[in-house]
Design a protein. Structure first.
Length: 213
């Protein structure tokens, strides 16, 4: 596949639905050239158009990733993972599955805390957490809102199949994030892939320092 076509898939994955003009601006090629790539991707069933009508004017055509295109991104051996989880549940029961999740949570937390030990500010912790998650295949990003809160965004979930089978993984990850951020902030999930959202996103709210005696 041509590099521009690959970049279109990446942009649709990380930024959500885009018009041809929006994609052309990111790619720094002409809208006509972008539409040619989109037409080729549509023939491969990797993207599809959706017209959205605004308050005025003609509808705008946005392009989305198809389910087939979603499968091009890393899934951390989804089929094998699901089989292993089913085997653990069958042999050791729900208690065994809970122990497995707890062990993964403890290992991940220890790794994240070691990697964020140098962070002096909440922003540094959020940035480092996003970098660590990207290294693990979550295609993570972060940003600061106008009100001083942070947004941690995960555009992909490499363990989605496992999380769909056992949502304890999702609860565990939220607990890990809170532990890494510590008393500096609270965190809540505001978008969830398993609930039908395009991504998982977390809002991080700084906490006021405790008053000194």
């Amino acid at each position: 596949m041509e590099p521009s076509a690959e970049r279109i898939l990446f942009l649709l994955k990380t930024r959500g639905p885009q018009t041809a003009s929006m994609l052309a601006e990111h790619l720094q090629i002409t809208p006509a050239g972008t539409r040619q790539h989109l037409a080729a991707l549509q023939q491969q069933a990797l993207v599809y158009p959706e017209d959205q009508r605004g308050a005025v004017g003609r509808p705008k055509r946005y392009w989305r990733l198809s389910e087939q295109a979603q499968q091009r991104f890393p899934d951390s051996h989804a089929h094998l993972t699901v089989e292993l989880l089913n085997a653990v549940s069958a042999v050791f029961g729900e208690a065994g599955l809970d122990q497995l999740i707890a062990k993964r949570e403890a290992d991940s937390l220890a790794s994240y805390q070691a990697r964020t030990a140098h962070c002096q500010t909440l922003a540094e912790r959020v940035q480092t957490l996003a970098e660590l998650r990207t290294q693990e295949g979550y295609m993570a990003d972060w940003q600061t809102d106008d009100d001083g809160r942070y947004l941690l965004i995960e555009n992909h979930c490499p363990i989605c199949a496992a999380a769909a089978l056992c949502q304890g993984f999702c609860r565990s990850e939220l607990a890990i994030f809170q532990a890494v951020l510590g008393a500096q902030a609270s965190i809540e999930r505001i978008d969830h892939l398993l609930a039908g959202a395009r991504r998982c996103a977390y809002r991080i709210t700084p906490r006021a320092p405790a008053p000194q005696d």
